[in-house]
Ligand binder design. Sequence first.
Ligand SMILES: [Zn+2]
Length: 473
Amino acid sequence: MKIVRALLASVGGLIALAAVLYLAGILQVEVGNADSRPAGTVYDIESLKRRDDVNVLFILTDTLRAHRLHSYGYERETSPTFDYMAGTGIRFARQLAQSSWTKCSMASLWTGVYPQRTGVLRSPHGAPEEALMPAEIFREAGFRTAGIWRNGWVAPNFGFGQGFEVYERPLPQTRARHLRVENPHIKLEGTDLDALEASIEFLRIHGKERWFLYVHLMDIHQYLYDASSALFGTTYSDIYDNSIRRTDAIIGQLLTHLVEEGLLEKTLVVMASDHGEAFSERGLEGHAREVFRESTEVPFILGFPFRLEPGLTVEQRTRNVDIWPTVLDLLGLPPLPDTDGRSLAPEIFAAASGREDFDDDIVGVAHLDRGWGRESQPSRPAVAITLGPYRYVLQRGTGEPNDPELESLFDASEDPLERRNVIEDLPDVAADLRDLAGEYLATEGAPWGEGPLEVELDEMEANQLRALGYAIE
Ligand SMILES: [Zn+2]
């Protein structure tokens, strides 16, 4: 018995060792070493419109909080690939996600419309067929389109597959099996290595045509990491950083593949996230619960088919509803209709010309209906309004004595971590932002008409979503 156990242990040890060596290899792949993109300037950004050979790679890293990336000021080296792309492209320093829950946030990101108008606020809601999605515009323009996703909230039955020729959850591959053993807490099937493999497969078939590829990565949501990325410790928060480091390496591998195929110099790389993650800053962990700084400030990086030297930073407030208006504008493609977001081309060209004076007057909105997962619960909206250094957060309760309405105001110019509620000290600012929140909650009418798609979840789908850790009725 002892011998068998020893044998099993040594086999397990060998597998683990092989896994460590394999993934250590991934970590050493730094796209920068191989980058074959020519140097470019702002004039090359302006002339993207006239090129007919530019592909678009959209990497959506689920649950990626901006403050945990090194290029966004974090002291730990969690993110060499993101940092490299930021350093040779454009980093948007103050990017606001429109919700802290994937489905609500992605509906706004894709359509350029705030949650109150999309109406995608609760678990059965989706984007109806009448909504125009960026993939439909790309397909109409002759791109081959594929979406590879691992989060059930962006499944095709919620309307997110519109315009994609292929829209699939990748099959779990055996090569990632060791990760399942090392991460027994994870219930969601597969890992982002499956998404990497499926992406490479798509590029093998369609890489030489013009393409739009959306890859939605999930391992950070799952806190998945391995021995090679276990660099930062063992607390919950450390493990989140370990997981970022691992996902960063997987993205590095995808970009390195593009380099090897001669595709990176023909590709606009769009790196974004749907929401951040909280670590008890205000007593709450995770996301999809509130709309404070921790769960709504996300990265947004554009990498061009050329290297900007040095990379640019846009310091103004920008929002996920601006992402597709910007990309479609830069590529000279038709716009999305009637968006709340707008093209950031003026901010990009201002940053490129070295202008440091700018109006910081863009209002940002993040919105979560905290009753989203339970049909029996009434609507309990939390709305954040950002303007300049201020963030006003309205938490509307049910009106019951144990669930009152709460308000907070933060001034990031004095208090960068936004820990001190200054609503009593700045009554004029509070009044202005309170009005904006009220106006926002009174807006209605999506570009496609009234109301979201209403989807009936079957038990299998509900179980897949529960596997992500959500409580759904
Ligand atoms: Zn998410």
